[in-house]
Design a protein around this ligand. Structure first.
Ligand code: FAD
Length: 288
């Protein structure tokens, strides 16, 4: 099923995300986590893609397994920064062969020591989106950044680039993680004002260990509210308590989003079925 059709439904829905293994040896454990997440009957499951393209085979394999064997709609991420246009076309052909209808089209992070853009490569996700559109009837999602993308000097420019990207043929947007819902309410107001009217799925990251916090802090631009910092200060050294508090914080964010009329929320479940299960349990009378 195309995600743009799922998003027309006006009742609360949750989607989850898994990431493919870097090695074939870890494939079975990722599949096992994916199966448990699929059993929660999410609206769809997305499968991330290594920026270097190295996991492309497993992204396609897992997205196909989710759709064919687990009976859940899948969304395959596709990044283009480190692949030639021919390599990207090959992956699009594979997705088509496997009957995968939904692609999250991304540029990927620019490699630290690399020249950018290389000849015969895409420069921005918008170029990839135009190309995907010309290659088949895919439902296309793209990324957006309520706090601004790290490379953008001014939020205003970032939002104008987003408008151009959407106009290239995007069906829905998923946001970068955020920890203060006011940020997304503000962002939605700004993008609606310039005519971006497609559905936007807030991306919620349940932070369940202190290491994740270090990584988030490394992503410049992400604001950690005092309430969130207090949780990490108090429970960061106690893994079980941190997990419980992180799930409660994410649940709280989701309930507030749904209460404010946002029906579709995406959860960065990071191959952790126990976290996905706990959140769905907390929402059992809200997301039916
Ligand atoms: P773009 O939309 O191309 O934007 C990149 C930058 O270029 C922005 O600063 C933008 O303002 C600027 N820009 C865009 N168009 C123009 C223009 N015409 N002129 C000038 N400047 C322009 N990474 C992975 O490696 N694998 C994944 O699976 C993955 N999944 C993600 C899922 C989500 C929901 C999100 C939010 C991010 C994901 N990422 C993933 C990270 C993403 O690849 C990086 O954030 C990357 O740096 C930007 O990708 P993009 O598609 O948003 O790029």
């Amino acid at each position: 099923m195309k995600i743009r059709d799922i998003l027309k439904q006006e009742t609360p829905h949750i989607s989850f995300e898994v990431f493919p293994p870097k090695t074939d040896a870890a494939y079975d454990s990722v599949l096992c986590a994916t199966e448990k997440i699929a059993a929660l009957k999410p609206s769809y499951i997305s499968v991330t893609y290594g920026a270097g393209g190295g996991t492309s085979k497993n992204t396609v394999r897992i997205a196909s397994h989710i759709k064919e064997k687990l009976g859940v709609t899948s969304l395959a991420h596709l990044t283009c920064v480190s692949s030639t246009k021919e390599e990207v076309h090959h992956v699009i052909d594979e997705l088509k062969k496997q009957g995968i209808e939904n692609i999250l089209a991304l540029r990927g992070d620019i490699p630290k020591d690399g020249e950018f853009p290389l000849p015969n490569h895409y420069r921005y996700a918008s170029e990839l989106i135009t190309d995907i559109k010309s290659q088949g009837d895919f439902c296309i999602g793209a990324a957006c950044y309520p706090e601004g993308h790290v490379e953008a000097e001014h939020k205003k420019d970032d939002i104008m680039h987003l408008k151009h990207k959407v106009d290239c043929g995007v069906d829905f947007l998923t946001t970068q993680m955020f920890f203060d819902n006011n940020i997304i309410y503000n962002f939605l107001y700004r993008i609606r004002e310039i005519g971006i009217t497609i559905p936007v799925l807030p991306g919620i990251m349940p932070v369940t260990n202190a290491k994740q916090v270090e990584r988030i802090l490394g992503m410049s631009g992400t604001v950690l509210p005092e309430r969130f910092r207090a949780i990490v200060d108090r429970f960061g050294d106690d893994p079980k308590a941190m997990q419980q508090a992180g799930i409660a914080y994410a649940t709280d964010q989701i309930i507030d989003l749904i209460a404010n009329g946002i029906n579709h929320v995406h959860i960065y479940s990071m191959n952790k079925p126990e976290v996905a299960e706990a959140i769905m349990h907390n929402l059992s009378d809200i997301v039916k």
